[in-house]
Design a binder for this molecule. Sequence first.
Ligand code: TRP
Length: 339
Amino acid sequence: MLNDKSVPGVNKDAGKRSLSGMRPTGALHIGHYFGAIKNWLTMQDELKSFFFVADWHALTSEYENAANIHEFIPEMVKDWLAAGLDPERAVIFQQSKIKETAELHLILSMITPVSWLERCPTYKEQLQQLSAKDLGTYGFLGYPVLMTADIIMYRPQWVPVGQDQLPHLEIAREIARRFNNFYGDFFPEPEARLTPQPKCPGLDGRKMSKSYNNGILLSESMDSIALKIREMLTDTARLRRKDPGNPVNCNLFPYHELLTDETTQAEIREGCLSAGMGCVDCKAILLRGLKDFLEPMRERRALFDARPDFVRDVLENGNKKARAEAQKTMEGVRELIGF
Ligand code: TRP
């Protein structure tokens, strides 16, 4: 069977499949929406899509706080569903429930040169940046190998991710190629589908991040959001209402670019530059935009908050579908390797 190109034909529809995952690190903010989920929603419409909770990946750096990971899982899935991921159309599942992934990860680890992992830029960066944690572990080095197993298990061509994941995708392609060279042409080489680079900075202009508390959560109340918008700094050179301002120097404007229609955006820009519009009015428009954007999510969330088992059922169903796919892949893999 070795190097037989006519393997089970499990990857014929790769071009019609997409897969992506997210580590469960807490409630999602609008940066996650514009940076990832929006793209996932397009994938869900166009392709057979798999979206999963990367809880094993969270463990690579959070192994000392494993209990938190568990708590964040339903919270994150609720955010996904509220944002519009549809369990009827996409397979929504939990990485650690598909044990076949561990087997594939093991096999891939046999053929992955350590040098590929050591020179991965995200590995080197994280080791430095997260120096408070001991990331000198075998598992953390193998992060891209596990990610490769996640991806190629479902044989998708498309992997919607942000720019930061490109080095991992490159390793995934190389590992898939190496497997195919050794054992037969089996895995499609996955390709990144980049999220159009969205500018969604934090409310204070820094990167939106939970640790800076400078974001807007998808599940946040309008009262709390209103307070945050009121406190946002606009163009700090614009001291009085009658002074002209410049949207380029205002923390608000990137949000208008994401949430406000283009005609209104042009009016705001003009109003700011000419001092025809004040910051209070500009903030009121943004707040309305946020309300319209978050309202449908709030309504959906209320629906499944009324059904306590909903998220659990979604994951159980998704896990079953994902497992069936994974078993099919692993039958092919074992046969190719001769086990
Ligand atoms: N590494 C990804 C991130 O941090 C999460 C992830 C794990 C992933 N496995 C994946 C993304 C497979 C896409 C495909 O965002």
